[in-house]
Ligand binder design. Structure first.
Ligand SMILES: Cc1cn([C@H]2C[C@H](O)[C@@H](COP(=O)(O)OP(=O)(O)O[C@H]3O[C@@H](C)C(=O)[C@@H](O)[C@H]3O)O2)c(=O)[nH]c1=O
Length: 190
């Protein structure tokens, strides 16, 4: 997983990693997770236990913003295998100097990048192309009884989604609270 750069943000914790693709006449090869290189880059020790693969047919499909509460909190390592997404995370670590602030970025399958999101963030994404495939690692198993969320277009989290009309949402994603009503289960140390 040769990491060519690690971009950090004004919010501590998340990181966008750019990776190297080895190209030849057949195409290219890319390591997307390598424990040794991760450690050498100084990234936090994480115990990835599950990989997820999500297909979204419609452009404007919006998933989130989701989290699992401790003791089943999840860090996530996100990549796009086909298409493009607008990815958004909101800091919900109580006591964090950046509580309520967000990081938003576009992930594109044409660019070898992975987005690392530590526990303590609500996470969501919106597809910018039809037939988009997102692949991600998480550090705890699916525990639906611990799931929580934030309303994707809540006024308080103020995420500048590229598509606001005619989005495709799951039923439950209509009903999450806005940031002001969230009782966050995270503290900065989680
Ligand atoms: C998340 C998840 C879902 N499922 C099942 C439950 C359900 O039948 C189906 C779809 O689940 P959901 O509606 O929760 O899928 P989705 O809305 O894509 O949920 C995901 O959203 C993104 C933004 C995240 O950050 C993820 O952590 C996860 O919460 O897949 C699993 O079996 N394992 C899992 O880990």
């Amino acid at each position: 997983m040769p990491i060519t750069s690690v971009e950090t943000f004004s919010i501590s914790g998340p990181a966008l990693l750019s990776l190297k693709r080895a190209g030849d006449e057949r195409g290219w090869f890319c390591e997307t997770w390598n424990a040794r290189d991760w450690k050498e880059a100084g990234l936090p020790q994480e115990n990835w236990v599950q990989d997820n693969y999500a297909f979204s047919a419609e452009i404007g499909t919006t998933r989130g913003l989701h989290f699992q509460a401790p003791p089943h909190a999840q860090a996530k390592l996100i990549q796009v295998v086909r298409g493009r997404i607008f990815d958004a995370i909101v800091d919900i670590r109580t006591g964090s100097p950046t509580y309520g602030q967000s990081v938003c970025l576009v992930l594109n399958s044409d660019q070898p990048q992975v987005f690392y999101i530590p526990a303590g963030f609500a996470h969501g994404y919106q597809t910018l192309d039809p037939d988009t495939l997102v692949y991600y690692k998480v550090t705890d198993h699916y525990a639906p009884e611990t799931e929580g969320g934030l309303l994707w277009n809540g006024e308080r989290s103020a995420i500048d989604w590229p598509i606001r009309e005619h989005v495709t949402l799951s039923k439950r994603d209509h009903d999450w609270p806005d940031l002001g009503a969230l009782k966050s289960p995270f503290t900065q140390a989680d």
